[in-house]
Design a protein around this ligand. Structure first.
Ligand code: SF4
Ligand code: SF4
Length: 296
């Protein structure tokens, strides 16, 4: 089972929920940080890293001596990453998605694959006795193209799961733009972390709207419960989104978080909260799987 932990906005406690779930998970697991622009799951889980790779995107490199300036590459590229004006061919590597289409279509073989560094993928182990796998992507500073990099991190995750089948919990990027949707695409269920403030509620609705078309089971975690009002509760009731856990608005929790502690380890009550959340996630995913089987 792959669980994506997402949120409509940053700062709701998505990473702290991911770290706590990884700590209480009672089946083999990989904890994944796909918030590649600002990965911070490692700050809570303190993994021992065992390896890393630089990830690259394949971009076109022009051999001007072969080019007839026919414009076929420019017409094909949906991202305006290659442009032909008269006898000038311009490439814009920062806009290239690495689809390879222009290289394949060039009738003169004037384009060949080059590379652009996207970021670094690291992996290792965490948890007691190092029994939890860990995977993290860190986008290169200044790099704007996170979805292709995230696909490479997910390919590494798939290889890890193929080599050793287990569950995965993904810390997704916040928001509802391309990277956030990309992060939850392959998951079996989406856990939306929110807080009961006006901003939290607004962004929670956006996240629900963005992820609903994916037709995956969704559950909510309300962090800092007790703050604000009941709008999220009403919304979840109307839309049949189960609230799987509520984490109280508590100074002790905030202090533990600020010190980089996993909050499931702060008190027996919080350990029980996250243990119950884990069980409800499993039940929700299983319920959805049974429904799919029944409809097949
Ligand atoms: S498709 Fe090839 S030959 Fe045509 S303009 Fe592009 S690089 Fe030049
Ligand atoms: S590889 Fe794809 S995205 Fe990049 S320039 Fe060529 S057609 Fe455009």
């Amino acid at each position: 089972m792959i669980v994506a932990v997402a949120s409509g906005k940053g700062g709701t406690g998505k990473t702290t929920v991911t770290a706590s779930l990884a700590t209480v998970w009672n089946e083999p697991l990989v904890a994944v940080d796909l918030d590649v622009e600002e990965p911070n799951l490692h700050l809570f889980l303190h993994p021992t890293l065992e390896g890393s790779d630089l990830a690259h995107l394949e971009i076109p490199v022009l051999d001007k001596s072969r080019c007839t300036f026919c414009g076929a590459c420019s017409e094909l590229c949906q991202f305006k990453a290659i442009s032909v004006m008269g006898k000038i061919v311009m490439t814009f590597p920062e806009m290239c998605h690495g689809c390879g289409g222009c290289i394949a279509i060039c009738p003169e073989k004037a384009l060949s694959p080059g590379t652009r560094e996207l970021g670094e993928i690291s992996w290792g182990r965490t948890g007691r006795d190092g029994q939890v796998g860990f995977l993290m992507g860190r986008l290169r500073v200044g790099e704007a193209m996170s979805p292709p990099f995230m696909r490479l991190v997910k390919a590494k995750l798939n290889a890890m799961l193929a080599a050793s089948p287990r569950d995965a919990i993904i810390d997704a990027p916040p928001g509802v733009s391309c990277p956030a949707v990309n992060a939850v695409l392959d998951s079996d269920m989406i856990l939306l972390v929110t807080e009961p403030t006006p901003f939290g509620f607004y962004d929670f609705q956006l996240a629900w709207e963005a992820f609903t078309p994916l037709e995956k089971p969704m559950g909510a975690v309300i962090n800092r419960a007790g703050l604000g009002n009941d709008d999220i509760h009403h919304f979840c009731r109307d839309k049949a989104v189960p609230i799987l856990a509520e984490i109280p608005y508590d100074r002790g929790i905030a202090e533990a978080y600020a010190r980089g502690r996993v909050i499931a380890e702060v008190s027996p009550t919080l350990a029980a909260t996250f243990g119950s959340l884990r069980d409800k996630i499993r039940a929700l995913a299983e319920e959805s799987r049974m429904r799919e089987v029944a409809h097949a």
